[in-house]
Design a protein around this ligand. Structure first.
Ligand code: DC
Length: 219
């Protein structure tokens, strides 16, 4: 790509956003920014510090005291790589509560825009096409049935050695997260008016990536 482009990828948990975004970033040789990982990293910090999710004063004082950065495909929280810790189920269970705090979102959006400045990016999350990059060159909204998304998350957790959870429990937690993410006051998960919807329920990763690439490359 010789022009600067931005691709916004939004959708619910388990829809395939991050796997798809990573592959497209490699194909197009542009930077991938996983904004969910940023909310996860901040949640990890709050949990590690044993700050209660109700203690907004302490949470807010931490947000201005936290450095989250991406380098060489790793996410850094205050200078430390936290790739693995942010994928644990304890983070899945708590991140939506942190992500609905208005001040946390403002700070994250500021950081996300800063990271995306003056370069081609593909960014995935919940509010990329609506809030973070409203002028994105391309916007996609990735969906899949809740059963399919639960199966994918369950497999992911099992691969990471998380065995103390059932598929039913994963599905229940996923639905809960969908509800919190879609009904919060600030920047809820909604499809941007100009986003193209891609349903990955019946598609494998390659088919999903190709569907999006064909649109981007105008084929
Ligand atoms: O995509 P993910 O599962 O890694 O996202 C983790 C959580 O972060 C998700 O439950 C909602 C929140 N999130 C958000 O509110 N806005 C974003 N741009 C990205 C993620």
């Amino acid at each position: 790509m010789d022009r600067i482009i931005s691709i916004a990828i939004d959708g619910p948990a388990g829809s395939g956003k991050s796997t798809i975004s990573k592959l497209i970033s490699q194909k197009l040789n542009i930077e991938y920014i996983d904004t969910g990982a940023m909310y996860r990293a901040f949640t990890l910090k709050i949990l590690n510090k044993k700050i209660s999710l109700d203690d907004s004063e302490k949470i807010l004082s931490e947000i201005n005291n936290t450095i989250i950065d991406f380098k060489d495909n790793h996410i850094y929280l205050d200078g430390e790589i936290v790739d693995k810790q942010i994928r644990e189920n304890i983070i899945n269970q708590n991140v939506s509560y942190i992500a609905k705090i208005k001040e946390v979102r403002y700070r994250m959006v500021e950081l996300q825009r800063e990271i995306a400045k003056n370069k081609s990016v593909i960014m995935d999350g919940r509010d990329i096409g609506t809030v973070v990059l409203p002028d994105a060159t391309y916007k996609f909204f990735i969906i899949a049935s809740v059963d399919e998304r639960a199966k994918r998350r369950y497999k992911e957790l099992a691969n990471e050695g998380e065995i103390n959870i059932t598929l039913e429990q994963v599905k229940k937690e996923l639905k809960m997260r969908d509800k919190i993410d879609s009904t919060r006051d600030v920047a809820p998960l909604v499809k941007a008016k100009d986003a193209i919807e891609v349903d990955t329920t019946e598609k494998n990763i390659e088919e999903s990536v190709n569907t999006i690439l064909e649109i981007i490359q105008g084929r």
